[in-house]
Design a protein around this ligand. Structure first.
Ligand code: G3P
Length: 219
């Protein structure tokens, strides 16, 4: 499973990219707002320069014609840009057109396996089930990821599953076990993933023991 960053904040992306494990980034209008910018083009291009891989930029129109017009501009920004389109009837129409250009589509706001199946049939390269928001609403978000993975496997559908709306490290483990191809992860969760109290304790002990070994060998 690939590790992507779910953020539009340049400083977070720079820091995460330094770890050498990030192969893509997803943004959305809320993340752009949190990053304090409405300049989608400049920010997306800066992110692409940092990550050198797929970066999702979301359309905001309600109708297919508007989404397609936005996508026409967005695809000119970079070969790495992925058009993020919401799963609505209008969104499906737009996905079908955009994915035939060719361009890559990330179908977003997926909350059921059927929505993922429809997006895949409309040509989406990626589907993004929102695990955390399903959990928040009292559902089992990861079960939707499992269902999508099973359906795509049975029917040889190549569309990739991005586990999105990740809230904690356990979500990442479960997404990998459920068959997600990618997890797009907030920076805070990524930081929590690398930490373990036993690692900290272990490091302290190794350091202390090495000091003792040095003292013993100089006697
Ligand atoms: O990639 C989608 C993700 O940003 C949604 O996450 O935390 O707003 O549910 P959240």
């Amino acid at each position: 499973m690939e590790i992507w960053l779910d953020s539009a904040k340049i400083e977070e992306i720079e820091a995460a990219v330094r770890w050498g494990i990030i192969t893509g980034v997803t943004t959305n209008p809320s993340l752009m707002m949190k990053a304090g910018t409405a300049d989608l083009k400049t920010n997306t291009q800066r992110i692409i320069n940092l990550v050198g891989g797929p970066v999702s930029a979301e359309v905001v129109s309600d109708d297919a014609a508007g989404m397609i017009a936005e996508a026409e501009k967005i695809v000119t920004w970079s070969s790495h840009v992925v058009i993020k389109v919401p799963i609505t009837p209008q969104g499906l129409q737009a996905m079908k057109v955009i994915s035939e250009w060719p361009a890559k589509v990330n179908a977003t706001l997926i909350f059921s396996a059927n929505q993922a199946l429809l997006a895949a049939r409309a040509g989406a390269t990626y589907v993004s089930p929102f695990v955390g928001r399903l959990d928040d609403a009292g559902h089992d978000g990861m079960e939707v990821v499992r269902e999508i993975a099973t359906i795509f496997s049975i029917h040889d559908i190549e569309t990739k599953i991005i586990a999105a709306s990740i809230r904690h490290p356990r979500h990442v483990t479960e997404a990998a076990l459920a068959g997600a191809n990618i997890a797009t992860i907030p920076y805070k969760v990524l930081q929590a993933m690398v930490r373990h109290p036993l690692t900290d304790v272990g490091l302290q002990r190794f350091k202390a023991d090495w000091e003792q070994a040095l003292n013993m060998s100089t006697k």
